[in-house]
Design a protein around this ligand. Structure first.
Ligand code: ZN
Length: 319
């Protein structure tokens, strides 16, 4: 068993024991970078956006959350210099940043005609040397397998992520999935073939699979962890459905194989003004304020809540 290593955050390394309660899949901003650089009017003033993020993230520590993982990667407008500026103003909160590529189909054109190793080299550089000149090292790898499943491009990214994980001694991986597609077994087959340590993998958006606890149990039995990480996104499953699924999986003994989050952000440019206004609970405090009380009322033990928010994230992030 490898010794646990410090976890890289936007303000430097933190020991696993210092992570506290962790939300394992959040964003600060999700942007379409080249659209924003050409049509910035909706985004508005950079300083105001940063100040808004600082204000919202400062609410987390008083709600008991000490760490978030910002899983924003290439394809989602990652800007680590901006995250650094925000993190410096929220010293009570650890922000772990990620590397990887978010695509549901083809690889970005930049990588299309390049050597297959290029992607892996970029990810490894972010993890070992840091992102651009920020000095911030990525603490998690991220990719996506959506409705189309393992297309040629998606599989190429998944393998590049897996190879960066192996090359860096087990950097954790989170994978956006389309729960209804049940791509878990195909994903696990690729990860196993690449020699990935499944105890460092989160099968993201598993909480959307509200009618498939058996599928989730089978996936958790492989050793990976289920991301119950979209609390507040009622479009896929309601609060009660998501919470009841966590209750059921705890009842089945899987608290040690789940992590919690919202997959929320301070601003996302994918939907247009007003389109997400009905998601009243899609914010960083929903788990603390609403989900945890519901779980306790439904006989989820305090030890299980600690597992999902503290022990499991520490194990995944630090090894
Ligand atoms: Zn996300």
């Amino acid at each position: 068993m490898a010794q646990s290593s410090p976890v890289q955050t936007a303000r430097g390394p933190v020991e696993a024991a210092g992570l506290g309660r962790v939300l394992m899949h959040e964003h600060v901003f999700v942007l379409t970078a080249d659209v924003q650089s050409n049509y910035p009017s909706e985004w508005g003033d950079e300083d105001e956006r940063v100040a808004d993020a600082v204000r919202r993230l400062r609410e987390l520590p008083s709600a008991g959350i000490s760490t978030i993982v910002d899983v924003t990667v290439i394809g989602q407008g990652r800007n680590i210099a901006r995250i650094k500026r925000i993190a410096e103003q929220v010293p009570e909160l650890n922000i772990v940043v990620a590397t990887g590529i978010y695509t549901f189909d083809a690889v970005p054109m930049f990588f299309w005609q390049r050597a297959r190793e290029t992607m892996t080299e970029f990810f490894v550089r972010d993890i070992t040397e840091g992102v651009t000149d920020t000095g911030i090292k990525a603490g998690m790898l991220k990719c996506a397998v959506d409705e189309k499943g393992l297309t040629e491009g998606v599989e190429r990214v998944l393998r590049a992520v897996a190879r960066a994980h192996v090359a860096t001694g087990g950097t954790p991986i989170t994978i956006h999935t389309h729960a209804a597609g049940k791509h878990g077994p195909a994903i696990v087959a690729v990860l196993k073939a690449e020699g990935v340590d499944l105890s460092r993998v989160v099968l993201g958006h598993s909480g959307d699979a509200v009618r498939d606890p058996d599928y989730l149990a089978a996936m958790a039995d492989t050793g990976l962890t289920l991301g119950m990480d979209r609390f507040g996104i009622d479009h896929f499953a309601t609060f009660t459905e998501r919470s009841d699924l966590v209750v059921e999986m705890c009842r089945r003994g899987y608290a040690h194989r789940m992590v919690l989050a919202h997959d929320t952000c301070c601003y996302i440019d994918w939907f247009g003004p007003g389109r997400l206004d009905d998601l009243k609970d899609w914010h960083y405090l929903h788990v603390s304020q609403d989900v945890l009380p519901y779980l306790r009322e439904h006989d989820v033990a305090g030890a299980d809540i600690d597992a999902m928010l503290v022990a499991n994230p520490a194990r995944i992030l630090a090894g």
